[in-house]
Design a protein around this ligand. Structure first.
Ligand SMILES: *[C@@H]1O[C@H](CO)[C@@H](O)[C@H](O)[C@H]1NC(C)=O
Ligand SMILES: *[C@@H]1O[C@H](CO)[C@@H](O)[C@H](O)[C@H]1NC(C)=O
Ligand SMILES: *[C@@H]1O[C@H](CO)[C@@H](O)[C@H](O)[C@H]1NC(C)=O
Ligand SMILES: *[C@@H]1O[C@H](CO)[C@@H](O)[C@H](O)[C@H]1NC(C)=O
Ligand SMILES: *[C@@H]1O[C@H](CO)[C@@H](O)[C@H](O)[C@H]1NC(C)=O
Ligand SMILES: *[C@@H]1O[C@H](CO)[C@@H](O)[C@H](O)[C@H]1NC(C)=O
Length: 373
């Protein structure tokens, strides 16, 4: 009986690389991944956003990396500065650096904007962060600086050590995107995957075993090259991010399952991939089923309580439940305090679907199977 089960798993999973990181799956509820920190309430990528995410219930603080002119790694979603800092106040100093930018495969267009890589860290530290969206609280604009990757790691190490959360058995982790990987590599010869690895190594958190007890690490990127490179130097879990772009983007999921441990799809994938259940928020997601069959966990992005897409009438609690019922393994959220509390209420009322997170059950079996061999 057992050998039959093993055989069928081998066949089903093929080359799937299920992560052995103990922190990559939570069997009792989906992971809470704070998108750019608590970015719904604080300027994104600020010490305020990161600290609030930590305190109010994230399992992971999510952030993006960029490289400065003098080779420091800083945290920012965009390679440009206008959307989230007051760089325009310094026009008299930096105005001549303005240009129009588009960076494939990313679709953002930056108009008359400033490139982070044109600035030294000292110059960037003069700037102050602001909220990205006008409909969110603006009163913390001007309060926070741009942070380096090192400062962010030190913040989380210190919080985990001195103010342990207590409600979860793992330390809170970092979920890090090696943004613009090919841009930095092709134009400046800077390999962000290698640079990230070297920084993690400095803090003794560059592998699963070393990071698990101090600062769990997950690596994400839209560009496969960055993940494949990281997978050659470390065993940390890897997440392939996926655009939707108004329609299917042609991804080879079998191929993804050979180098990554999860996908981070734009949320439309969960609802529109399966044409027959399009917009049906009750049905489970065929997309998730397909990913789980390949051994890939699914962490969709992003859930915004002030920009709800699926619940009707719009209601943040209902919106969360829709995602849970589709059996996500984790979710990027800009209001992690809400996500944390909805998931905990759901858990205490035993409302998670019976076969919640089937990948996690497979994970146990696969893990067992590997030990067996
Ligand atoms: C950027 O594009 C706009 C038109 O969309 C143009 O007016 C502007 O001059 C361009 N800026 C630069 C620096 O080329
Ligand atoms: C999973 O979530 C539960 C409920 O919040 C928590 O008690 C547990 O510590 C978490 N497990 C891990 C591995 O974080
Ligand atoms: C997808 O990837 C798999 C595994 O590498 C490969 O065997 C297959 O030919 C690819 N499919 C397409 C359509 O390229
Ligand atoms: C949905 O329709 C698209 C476009 O016709 C097709 O490419 C895709 O395979 C369909 N999806 C499924 C899950 O059948
Ligand atoms: C929901 O899923 C069920 C079972 O797969 C299917 O029979 C039904 O057609 C789906 N409903 C819609 C509205 O697509
Ligand atoms: C969605 O699918 C579920 C399960 O098949 C079904 O009960 C429900 O009526 C469907 N909802 C809509 C709006 O089609």
């Amino acid at each position: 009986m057992k050998s039959l089960l093993c055989l069928s798993l081998i066949v089903t999973l093929g080359f799937a690389k299920i992560s052995r990181a103990p922190y990559f799956y939570n069997q009792s509820r989906p992971l809470v991944i704070a998108h750019r920190g608590s970015s719904g309430s604080y300027p994104e990528h600020s010490i305020g956003a990161y600290t609030a995410a930590y305190i109010y219930g994230a399992d992971y603080v999510e952030l993006d990396l960029q490289i400065t002119k003098d080779g420091h790694i800083v945290t920012n979603h965009d390679p440009c500065l206008k959307d989230t800092t007051n760089v325009e106040d310094y026009e008299f100093m930096f105005g001549h650096r303005q240009q129009n930018y588009t960076f494939m495969p990313y679709t953002n267009h930056y108009k008359n904007d400033y490139l982070i890589h044109d600035f030294t860290l000292a110059e960037l530290k003069m700037l102050r962060r602001k909220m990205r969206y006008a409909n969110r609280n603006q009163y913390l604009n001007g309060q926070f600086q741009i942070m380096t990757l090192e400062e962010t790691i030190e913040l989380l190490l210190e919080l985990n050590q001195n103010q342990p959360r207590g409600d979860i058995s793992m330390p809170v982790g970092l979920y890090v995107e090696t943004k613009m990987y090919n841009f930095y590599l092709d134009n400046f010869g800077q390999d962000l995957s290698q640079m990230l690895f070297d920084t993690l190594k400095k803090y003794g958190i560059e592998t699963i075993d070393k990071s698990a007890s101090k600062l769990p690490m997950i690596i994400e990127c839209f560009e496969p090259e960055a993940l494949i490179k990281f997978g050659q130097i470390s065993d940390l879990p890897l997440v392939q991010l996926m655009f939707w772009q108004n329609d299917y983007v042609n991804y080879n999921f079998t191929l993804i399952s050979e180098y990554a441990h999860a996908v981070g799809p734009q949320q439309e994938w969960l609802f529109l991939y399966d044409n027959s259940t399009a917009w049906n928020t009750t049905n489970e997601s065929k997309f998730i089923e397909m990913c789980h069959d390949l051994g890939l966990a699914v962490h969709p992005y992003p859930l915004k309580d002030d920009f709800l897409v699926w619940s009707n009438p719009p209601n943040p609690i209902e919106e969360h439940k829709i995602f849970v019922n589709k059996k996500i393994d984790g979710i990027f959220t800009e209001f992690p305090h809400m996500t944390h509390s909805v998931f905990n209420d759901y858990k205490s009322q035993n409302q998670f679907p019976e076969s919640f997170i089937s990948i996690q059950h497979k994970n146990n079996e696969q893990y067992f199977l590997r030990n067996d061999i």
